[in-house]
Write a protein that binds this ligand. Structure first.
Ligand code: ATP
Length: 248
């Protein structure tokens, strides 16, 4: 039987330039088909974890100092970002990073080209993305820079889907978006998980929205994993309610 554990992060320590230690000791696992929420206050280290997983820390002048990352049974701690994407570990990082002057469709296609998809695969994958995000089909010929924040987030997720991920790693997908748009995006992520078995790691400051769709959650504090449990367990905890869910 194959190992159902898709991602294993163990003893991760990471620093930025001037020796700022952002992660002291981060460890967690994610099973194939799971949605895991990565929670924590501003500055707790969520973005740093996701950048470490995608091997994008060096662009922010950071580096992994200790620990390891295993994905699909293989040590990927030093694997190049493009190879990680080809292996199925695909990031959707904060800021969305759509090419503003390219159309929505061109942005989506860039995700397929990055993976080396054929024209036929790209056409099939575009249909799938438009089925999940019908709003994008309507805007396919519009420059991404002229679309709404929600549509740019959908485009960023759609572009990641074009590279046929096994694990999608999302940084604050709710950031700056209206509640209805956030609901819509999380409903689509949940459907991708249920219908296609896509695994998801979602870093969120908006714990309420993340815990509604996650199976499990991990809480980071000052670069250390301090808590983990099922979404139901964490939702029931008074300290989590008070701190992350904004009520007692
Ligand atoms: P946020 O929700 O604000 O993005 P976060 O939980 O994602 O917070 P990180 O962005 O990972 O937290 O930041 C963790 C720590 O690392 C913080 O103390 C932050 O100031 C520091 N940090 C982040 N990026 C850099 C950088 N490029 N150079 C130096 N320090 C950084």
């Amino acid at each position: 039987m194959s190992d159902p554990t898709l991602l294993v992060v163990d003893g991760l320590k990471a620093t930025y330039v001037h020796a700022i230690t952002a992660l002291h000791d981060v460890g967690f696992t994610l099973a194939e088909g799971e949605i895991v929420a990565l929670l924590g206050a501003n500055g707790a280290g969520k973005t740093t974890v996701l950048k470490a997983l995608s091997n994008l820390l060096s662009a922010a002048r950071g580096q992994i100092r200790a620990g390891s990352i295993r994905f699909a049974g293989r040590d990927v701690t030093a694997t190049r970002p493009a190879d990680l994407v080809r292996a199925g570990l695909v990031p959707v990082l904060e800021g969305r990073h759509c090419f503003p002057s390219l159309t929505v469709e061109e942005n989506l296609i860039s995700g397929g080209l990055g993976r080396g998809s054929t024209r036929r695969e790209i056409a099939a994958d575009l249909d799938k993305v438009y089925a999940h995000f019908p709003q994008l089909a309507e805007k396919r010929r519009t420059a991404s820079g002229l679309t709404s924040g929600g549509e740019q987030q959908m485009t960023a997720i759609g572009r990641a889907l074009m590279s046929r991920p096994r694990l999608l790693v999302l940084d604050e997908p709710s950031m700056g978006l209206a509640p209805l748009v956030v609901q819509d995006i999380f409903a689509t992520l949940q459907r991708l998980n249920r219908e296609e078995g896509l695994s998801l790691l979602v870093a969120e400051q908006n714990a309420a929205v993340a815990l509604r769709v996650a199976h499990r959650a991990i809480v980071l504090e000052n670069g250390v994993t301090v808590l983990s449990g099922t979404a139901a367990e964490l939702t029931a905890r008074d300290d989590i309610k008070a701190f992350y869910l904004g009520h007692k």
